[in-house]
Design a protein around this ligand. Sequence first.
Ligand code: NDP
Length: 272
Amino acid sequence: MFESVSRGGLWRQVVAGVAAVGMVAGVSVAGAQTDTAGSGAPEEMKKSPKTVLITGANRGLGLEFARQYAEAGWMVIATARRPESATELNAVGVRVMQLDVADAKSVAALAHDLDGDSIDLLINNAGIFPRVGTLTETDFDDVLRTYEVNTIGPMRVTRALLPNLREGRGKTIVSITSGLGSIEKNTSGRYYGYRESKAALNMFARSLATELRDEGLICVVVAPGWVRTDMGGPNANLSPEESITGMRAVIAKLTIADTGTYWDYDGEPMPW
Ligand code: NDP
């Protein structure tokens, strides 16, 4: 099994909570932060929507993030490696920009194009999962590529967009990790390269949280559960809609007190 998640009860609570908050659930996300700044009222949000930038948004979880945040009234900057062939994403009606997180030039070009624009929420979502089992089957070029995309990618993108995040009201950096990145929960092994890439991503987020805390920037990692995407496969127990609704509810509640934390999609804290 790729990721096991079986918290139906908690899941229903999250969905109920989101339904109760309604359309502005995502907007209130940074509600706690903007309240502090005195500008978090829903009316204010309607006049001046917040901006989220999502990496790897042409399919899977990134695409669903783009759909849901757009529906909730956010300004969405959705990135894709090949925007011209991102048909489903282009149909969402959000701003689509080119980004390959493993390509330093592509990251620099995105930062250049966004120079001076504020970003409230960065979602480092792009990732790859080479399906390997035992150490003997492991291809080290695949391992390096996985680190490049899953670990260094979020580091590179976050650094490049820090000026934009500092200008934003939301000041939130969310990196999509995995339950497979939890050292404590690792009782089944395998998936060399992927597990380590996500554990390293977790460590990056924790270090960055420490570095940026005094500036009021919130930095967390969230695991999406096991989800029916190209990566998760058809047997996963969650739909993208369920996973993203849950993760948006988690993000909506974040305050600076949560910086440096690791969450499951259903609002449960994850063990490192
Ligand atoms: P998919 O394989 O369905 O989609 C991956 C996305 O990442 C695609 O948009 C892909 O773009 C993009 N991507 C891959 N490489 C790069 C790159 N170098 N630069 C920019 N974008 C890139 O995966 P999911 O949507 O399921 O996964 C999203 C995140 O959730 C990942 O970080 C993954 O590790 C994590 N996750 C997913 C789980 C699941 O069950 N689905 C479980 C745990 C974690 P392209 O189409 O161009 O390849």
